[in-house]
Write a protein that binds this ligand. Structure first.
Ligand code: GCO
Ligand code: MG
Length: 402
């Protein structure tokens, strides 16, 4: 079997997605997600200019060799654009392999290690009062884990809180909107919110919170310590993670578990975090971390060091990424949690898929391959729209991490 074509499909059914569809001479096709929120066309160009021409004529079953070819062959290693492009190829090749074998991809990865993939939903609202109703909405639908984000008094807008509760989407304008941030106001608000949520919902519900890379290590240590009475499952992205040893300081002060990794692209971004046991959950996922093949390497290293998976699953990762992530989640020994933000009806229609939500779990499709596709005709009806993620400034105007 040979690869005869690879199409780069950019579509915007409510938000932008980049999809690679690999076509073979035997008519079997495979899909891979290549979406990088706010930088979609950079990955599309990388694929079109530098990857697709090299794929034509290759044997689609040589997944590892193709991965190494694209990684080592670029010379310029790593980075989100390169690794999202490699991820899309890798994912599509696993899809093809599954279809050829007549097996869902998770069976090629070693088979089922659990009955379902526990997911967490997103409760977000301006006030603590209103967030209680949001958490209840998820609990009524069977969710066992909920991420809680609220507004911060004195700040006009806060990460994680959106007007549209069902479909959270931060990339909202062609030129980035500017938000204002205050660490002091934030640190003074969050613990009281979790006190109310824990009090109302009892000890069994898993609670999570995303700091979105906004603190310094000692501030994160203070937050983690102040949240200890409410037994969070994790505090996410407490600080920007370029400085991996910075996490030692957080660890010295708090037992609140730490989750990191949605912006990581390779195992090298988290090697120290994992081997020094500075984190508890690694949140890399298929699309931004080199595909199924490389994500498995990250999770295998993590398993050796008591670190569990907690893959990113925001709406800017397409249903193709979600389908692939679920095959990994159900098969690895050290699965922790999977993020699940529902896609809009338009997105679900463009990406027909067989995974489904049941009783707090997502279940991967049992169809051969990944069990997801792209409806190219429908995709063509939603042209690309330039959208950027917001930026953040402190109250005095200094730039800050968003
Ligand atoms: C999450 C993430 C997202 C990111 C988004 C950026 O935990 O789900 O932090 O909300 O902000 O994926 O494109
Ligand atoms: Mg996050």
């Amino acid at each position: 079997m040979r690869i005869t074509d690879a199409k780069v499909i950019v579509t915007c059914p409510g938000r932008n997605f980049v999809t690679l569809k690999i076509v073979t001479d035997e008519g079997v096709t495979g899909v891979g997600d290549a979406t990088l929120n706010g930088r979609e066309l950079a990955v599309a160009a990388y694929l079109t200019e530098h990857v697709v021409p090299a794929l034509i004529g290759r044997d689609p079953a040589r997944i590892e060799d193709t991965w190494q070819y694209l990684y080592k062959g670029a010379y310029w290693r790593r980075g989100p654009v390169t690794m999202s492009a490699i991820a899309a190829v890798d994912t599509a090749l696993w899809d093809i392999l599954g279809k050829v074998a007549g097996l869902p991809v998770y069976r090629l990865l070693g088979g089922r290690s659990r009955e379902g993939v526990t997911v967490y939903g997103h409760a977000n609202a301006e006030t603590a009062e209103a967030v209680l109703a949001e958490v209840a909405w998820y609990v009524e639908r069977g969710y066992r884990a909920v991420r809680v984000q609220t507004g911060v008094p004195g700040l006009a807008a806060t990460y994680g809180v959106s007007g549209d509760k069902t479909f959270y989407e931060p990339a909202d304008a062609a030129i980035a909107t500017e938000a204002v941030w205050s660490t002091e106001r934030y640190l003074n608000t969050v613990p009281s919110v979790f006190a109310r949520v824990r009090d109302e919902f009892g000890p069994d519900l898993k609670l999570l919170h995303d700091v979105h890379h906004r603190l310094t290590p000692i501030e994160a240590a203070r937050l983690g310590r102040s949240l200890e009475p409410y037994a969070l499952t994790w505090m996410e992205d407490p600080v920007p993670a370029e400085l991996q040893e910075g996490f030692r300081l957080i660890r010295q002060h708090t037992t609140t578990p730490i989750a990191v990794g949605e912006v990581f692209n390779t195992v090298w971004d988290c090697q120290q975090l994992i081997t020094e046991q500075l984190i508890d959950y690694i949140r890399a996922t298929v699309v931004h971390a080199g595909g199924i093949s490389h994500l498995r390497r990250i999770f295998d290293l993590a398993a050796l060091h008591h670190v569990r998976s907690g893959s990113h699953g925001a709406t800017d990762l397409s249903p193709v990424c979600m389908a692939a992530a679920l095959h990994v989640d159900i098969s690895i020994p050290n699965f922790g949690l999977q993020e699940y933000m529902r896609h809009t009806g338009e997105t679900d229609a463009v990406f027909p898929h067989g995974y489904r939500f049941e009783n707090g779990y997502l279940l991967p499709s049992e169809e051969p391959g990944l069990g997801v596709d792209i409806d190219e005709e429908l995709a063509a009806k939603y042209p690309y729209q330039p959208k950027a993620l917001p930026v953040n400034r402190l109250e005095d105007g200094s730039m800050h991490s968003w």
